[in-house]
Design a protein around this ligand. Structure first.
Ligand code: DON
Length: 596
């Protein structure tokens, strides 16, 4: 307990936002005092780096030649077939990307955007591909505010103005050109077949369609696809998407130009013009996916490679891990109250920095080096180790998304050559804006909500931003999506990622920490209940599954604990000694990890 009670000099606060500073100096409840009297740190028995089945209750799927993990079994099967037929991990990833647009319409997409990490075994390099949506040229900083400067409720969610210029088609086609080995038409054919022939609505999808009934039902183009009369399709119904199949065929034939310059572009723009949308032909024609350098860090001897800006995820995962190297979480044990507190205090500081400093680095200067430096992390750790709970002041309750499911999706692929791909992509909220663009069959995103519509006003995930993430023509909204790889001896050791909005960063963090610090296989790591703190709102969010004793200790220590449904849906592959261990998060029962 000594380190926990240790009081050191305050960290250098040069990088901390004004609000964070006021928090830091605010009166603090002493967790240490509570902890000192009530807690004995359990000794962790699972703190091993060895892959030891006896320590793990849940078992992952094993394979030697190739593995895919996605949130939708139909897409996993399509990816695996590509691998078995000689395609590489990128071929499979592109096939999965297009097929999830059909089979997981609430999150998989071609009307949205996302990020891809590719580890190329030959060159032993990992690169990042950014296909995040962009603000249309006509977008302005105050476009979601009324004449009094008040946010117009849900304008950035369920209107044509909520839609960012989509990036997925540019991203997937670019990835295939750059690193794939098969023709576009070949990797897209399974998605086309699936859209044409249809598939059965699962219990998960039936529930989502019911929840989003009003948002989807108000657009005739959307209703025509996802409804039978006035009711959303139900469990066991067949979802056929003829128009989407036609759009996919055009892309398969003409490449990305069909979407950005051809018939699909024309139809998107026609639909935008008919509904006061801002996206023009030029916006579409000028969209490009961008290859970027990954962000790198190291944690207890492992190399962390993750997504750079406009994702905040990579930077903050590395920032938090850097600080955690100084925290005795192995001793305090997985999910003990003390471990949760140490990590939550670290998370808070990262999210406070996110709100102040992060935005699209093509538009604003972001102090990436400082945020990911070991020195800064040490200062954070010193503060955290004082053992105090720092309350977040000035909490502004947000207009949070009504249904807290995870609407983004992640998938991971590894092939027999050792190439690895991690993709997280999204429409933002469930089914995005709910708008199918004209006759395209394509559901459009509402990613514009990820901008800071007004300083200090939270977005759908309760995230607050400032000028760095203000709306600007051509800018990409800040994201939390965090496709990540952990490398050991320069080779992928863990490939992972998750949906979950603001909770993506802490979900991926726990997947990594459970593997590295607690020696868990991907299944055990995934099934361990997750927790989350994002500074504002000042709430420690726990999944169902923590013991009442732990919750009581955390509440006694001063946390506002809230137990809520599931957090994240990781799709993880671990590679140890040429064996692949895959696991699809059972928080979505439709997913699967399969290999051969
Ligand atoms: O890019 C982002 O951070 C969000 N648009 C992701 C949305 C998401 O994960 C939805 N799931 N809860």
């Amino acid at each position: 307990m000594k380190e926990f009670l240790h009081t050191s000099n305050p960290r250098k606060l040069t990088l901390v936002s004004a609000l964070a500073l006021s928090m830091a100096i605010a009166s603090a409840t002493s967790w240490a005092r509570e902890a000192n009297t009530k807690l004995t740190a359990p000794t962790s028995t699972a703190a091993t780096h060895n892959y030891d089945y006896e320590m793990n209750v849940f078992h992952p799927v094993q394979a030697a030649n190739g593995m895919v993990a996605t949130e939708q079994n139909l897409a996993s099967q399509i990816g695996l077939e590509i691998l078995k037929n000689g395609g590489n991990a990128v071929d499979a990833a592109v096939a999965i990307g297009f097929s999830l647009a059909v089979s997981l319409p609430n999150a998989g997409n071609i009307g949205g955007g996302g990020f891809m990490l590719v580890h190329d075994a030959k060159s032993n390099k990992t690169v990042a591909l950014d296909f995040r949506e962009k603000a249309p040229a006509a977008a302005t900083e105050t476009m979601y505010q009324d004449e009094n400067g008040e946010i117009i409720p849900r304008k950035s969610w369920y209107t044509h103005q909520a839609i960012g210029v989509p990036g997925t088609v540019a991203g997937l086609t670019k990835a295939l050109e750059q690193w794939g080995s098969l023709p576009l038409a070949e990797v897209m054919q399974p998605a086309i077949d699936l859209a044409e022939q249809g598939y059965e609505v699962s219990p998960t999808m039936a529930k989502l369609l019911q929840v989003e009934k009003d948002n989807l039902g108000k657009w005739p183009t959307t209703k025509a696809i996802f409804f039978d009369g006035d009711e959303p399709l139900a469990l066991g119904d067949t979802l056929v998407q003829k128009n989407l199949a036609e759009s996919l065929k055009l892309i398969a034939k003409e490449g990305a130009d069909a979407f950005y310059k051809g018939a699909i572009a024309e139809e998107i723009v026609r639909d935008q013009e008919a509904h006061d949308g801002l996206i023009t032909k030029d916006d579409l024609a000028s969209y490009e996916a961008t290859e970027r350098e990954v962000v790198r860090g190291d944690y207890r001897g492992y190399e962390i490679v993750s997504m750079p800006l406009p994702s905040s995820g990579g930077i903050h995962i590395i920032q938090i891990l850097n600080a955690m190297e100084h925290l005795p979480i192995k001793e305090s044990g997985v999910n003990s109250a003390k471990t949760i507190s140490l990590m939550a205090e670290t998370m808070k500081r990262a999210y406070a920095d996110r709100s102040e400093y992060l935005g699209d680095s093509d538009f604003v200067d972001v102090p990436i080096q400082e945020l990911t430096s070991k020195e800064y992390a040490k200062a954070i750790a010193d503060e955290v180790l004082k053992g105090e709970i720092t309350p977040a002041q000035e909490i502004k309750p947000g207009d949070l998304a009504p249904y807290e499911s995870d609407q983004t999706t992640h998938y991971s692929v590894v092939d027999k050559e050792g190439n690895a791909v991690a993709v997280t992509y999204t429409l933002n909220l469930n089914f995005g804006s709910g708008i199918v663009a004209g006759e395209t069959g394509i559901l459009m995103n509402n990613e514009m909500d990820d901008f800071s519509a007004k300083p200090g006003v939270p977005n759908a995930f309760g995230l607050i931003g400032g000028s760095a993430n203000a709306i600007e023509a051509g800018k990409r909204p800040l994201s939390s999506m965090t496709p990540t790889m952990v490398l050991k001896d320069g080779k992928p050791w863990l490939v992972t990622g998750s949906p979950g909005g603001a909770r993506i960063i802490t979900t991926v963090l726990q997947q990594i920490v459970n593997a590295i610090d607690f020696g868990m296989n991907p299944a055990a790591a995934t099934n361990t209940p997750r927790f989350h703190h994002q500074w504002l709102p000042d709430e420690l969010r726990l999944e169902v599954g923590f013991s009442p004793d732990t919750i009581q200790l955390l509440e006694n220590a001063g946390y506002d604990v809230s137990v809520k449904p599931s957090m994240g849906r990781t799709q993880t592959i671990q590679i140890i000694d040429d064996t692949m261990y895959g696991y699809s998060d059972p928080r979505n029962p439709d997913g699967s990890a399969i290999g051969y």
